[in-house]
Design a protein around this ligand. Structure first.
Ligand SMILES: Cc1cc2nc3c(=O)[nH]c(=O)nc-3n(C[C@H](O)[C@H](O)[C@H](O)COP(=O)(O)OP(=O)(O)OC[C@H]3O[C@@H](n4cnc5c(N)ncnc54)[C@H](O)[C@@H]3O)c2cc1C
Length: 307
């Protein structure tokens, strides 16, 4: 085996990547972590209250803890560019970034998570960052005392509504289905917040304004077009997996990477963990568990080939 080829490359910069890196380093692998940015989705989350051992911690603080923990180990880091391709040449993986730099390894873990899904309606692009946003925690404070809307009544939508209810004067939640989804405890908080109004079976059709967002149009449960005057609208309708970086994996209809019990993809030595993988609940604790498993199996895989 070639000595300047690393044992493992991990692509990603959040909980799944950093957990994998810790387990891999502890099992004696030489590890390179490549990320465009650190923190991931939890960095844009207000509070986390369901991660064992932490009754209440802010998303950014938890993200910082992960990074610090990883840095206790001898892990090499490359930050600032996206990976655009992963190939396999004989037994060696070639991992290429946007500038065309290629890094080599015997195994790879894809831990690239997901990005926010867009609504794809007129005005969404025009008013992006001019009222339309995808991160309530990042941009919510700009709407102090104003009227805002949250599009989406699921896990992220209900969390965003609770967060915004302390900032905005009025928060509308437009839920496509008849009921709110997400965690029961968060749904209860939405119901209790006096300044939050849930519009069920409300299909957002268009954003409008004049340079800045002034409102949105939606179809109500009777199929009639209604208008809401809002200065901010947060689209919280789920995530799209960042799986489009290699042809070496199979994905399901949603684009999530298929893995087996070992977290291995269809290609030997290529693993996936976290929200990018087709596996269970999209939660920190699940991502961390998958990442642990992927790293331990990558370690076994490489050790077997080196022996
Ligand atoms: C609003 C919201 C609230 C949430 N609240 C909770 C909660 O309270 N509790 C909980 O357990 N979970 C919560 N989650 C879910 C949790 O955030 C995810 O399960 C977790 O972030 C998944 O981690 P990940 O490492 O797989 O991916 P991500 O967090 O998506 O991170 C992916 C990482 O990979 C990097 N990356 C992406 N593509 C590339 C590429 N091509 N090249 C290099 N790097 C790349 C990204 O920059 C990022 O660093 C919440 C999610 C959202 C959206």
């Amino acid at each position: 085996m070639t000595e300047d080829v690393r044992d493992l490359i991990i692509v990603g910069g959040a909980v799944a990547a950093q957990t994998s890196a810790i387990y891999a380093a502890r099992s004696g692998m030489d590890v390179l972590v490549i990320a465009d940015e650190y923190g991931g989705q939890i960095n844009n989350t207000d509070v986390v209250e369901n991660y064992t051992g932490f009754k209440h911690i802010s998303g950014p603080e938890l993200a910082e803890n992960y990074l610090e923990h990883m840095r206790d180990y001898d892990v090499e880091e490359e930050k600032g560019e996206k990976i655009v391709d992963i190939r396999k040449n004989n037994e060696i993986f070639e991992v290429e970034n946007e500038s065309g730099d290629v890094f080599e390894s015997y195994s790879v873990i894809i831990a690239t998570g997901g990005h926010r899904r867009k609504l794809d309606v007129p005005g969404e692009e025009e008013f992006e960052n001019k009222g339309v946003g995808y991160c309530a925690v990042c941009d919510g404070p700009l709407y102090q005392g104003e009227t805002v809307a949250v599009i989406g009544g699921g896990y992220a939508g209900t969390e965003a509504a609770v967060y915004l209810s302390d900032i905005a004067e009025k928060v509308y939640v437009l839920s496509r289905s008849g009921v709110l989804k997400g965690e029961e405890i968060t749904r209860e908080k939405v119901k209790e917040a006096e300044n939050v109004e849930v519009l069920e079976e409300a299909l957002t059709q268009e954003f409008y304004g004049n340079n800045l967002l002034e409102g949105l149009k939606y179809e109500d449960e009777n199929g009639e077009l209604q208008e809401l005057e809002v200065t901010g609208a947060f689209v919280e309708i789920g995530t799209v997996p960042n799986s489009d970086i290699t042809d070496l994996v199979e994905t399901n209809e949603g684009g999530y990477i298929k893995v087996d019990r070992e977290m291995q993809t269809g290609t030997e030595g290529l693993f996936a963990a976290g929200d990018v993988a087709d596996w269970g609940a999209q939660q920190l604790i699940v991502s961390g568990g998958m990442a642990c498993q992927a790293a331990l199996n990558a370690s076994d895989y490489v050790k077997e080939r080196k022996s």
